[in-house]
Design a binder for this molecule. Sequence first.
Ligand SMILES: [Zn+2]
Length: 425
Amino acid sequence: MTTEQALVKTVDFQLDIQSDNESLLYDATLEARSVYNETIRLAKQGVDWDAIPDRVADDADLVKNTTQRVVAKALGAMENYYEYNDFNQPSHTKNGTYPLRANYEEGYNLSPTDDGDVAFRISAKPYNHVKGVLKGSDAHLDLLKTALKSDEWKTTTSETLWCDGEPELHVNIRNTEQTVRDKQDSRTVVGVDVNEDNVALSALSEGGVEDTLVIDFPEIKFERHRYFTMRKRVQNAGKESIHDTLEGREERFVRDRLHKVSRHIVEWSRQFEKPCIVFEDLKEMRDSIDYGTRMNRRLHHLPFRALQYYTSYKASFESIPTGWIDPYKTSQRCPMCGHAERANRNKKRFKCRSCSHQDHSDRGASVNIAVKGIKKHQDWNVPALNSLPVVRKVRRRASGAVDAPTVTHPTVRGYQADGRMGVSD
Ligand SMILES: [Zn+2]
């Protein structure tokens, strides 16, 4: 049985509102914020997550389906740890608007007009619509018009939100024909180990580890620490608005870098035969990582999840599937002999207490992730690992360009050099 995944694309538009009730839309996005906050509040109180949608929907002044979509998004954020700020408090339970998430034909409608535009109708409140036409790039309008009249693309959910004070509609359309290859049908599994300052990739096939790449991004770590300190300073001085501005700036910086890194991961993975990209599942990570401080927790989580999401999204457009595995002991286990203990790892250096194998510790973790990915999704055997290729390193510079790759840790014994030193990407 194949369980291929459909391809989803988001197209953005500005709203040219032609009914005189723009404020209704604004009120609805404020209401979406209360729904979001209420969901987080109930979840933190320990209310059963299955019971939350109905409880919240009873009081919300939104179309019921729309309320449910916002609740689902809030619970998703909860699950993925977006919900904690620097001080481990729920961070997104603030004031202001929140995107109004809706299902096609339940919370919003689109229809091509005789003038070649696309008309929208958003159910801002029950029995109360906001109408007008979409404005946007020709490419996005063309794609949407195609979606509305073809069988190949199908319109699914949308979000109404405010960007720089202007209303926008972000529409998700799903391609019903182009799909992502079934992950069980892979010949190479790429394990991705995401860290605060780098990401390690190892590609495993039946023949062994094909290649390893470590992409360093020290500037992301540096900038996040810098912003953290600045935000704390202004917060202590009671300057909340500056605090929020800094937070937004930091997020944009980190997102931009992570997009570049995720593109690099997909490009690298494409070279292998039928690849599947495998990550550690964050839901499982809660219990398996010992977070020293609250700051550590936040520093860890934001880039983890975002990088996984961006990579998975970009991979799907190359028809490359992604999988998730339980991260239990992936960073402590020796990929050669299987011995696992915390003392094997000392920062970026790994030395097995049992067989003396030495390695770059993040590469070791990426191999372990790939091994778990094979066990979980593939019907072929994990190869015996007698030797590992040289770790190649590239460093992303602040400009986004990639430095010339270098071979790392030439002094660390235990690498089996295979003559591919310094190969450029
Ligand atoms: Zn060992």
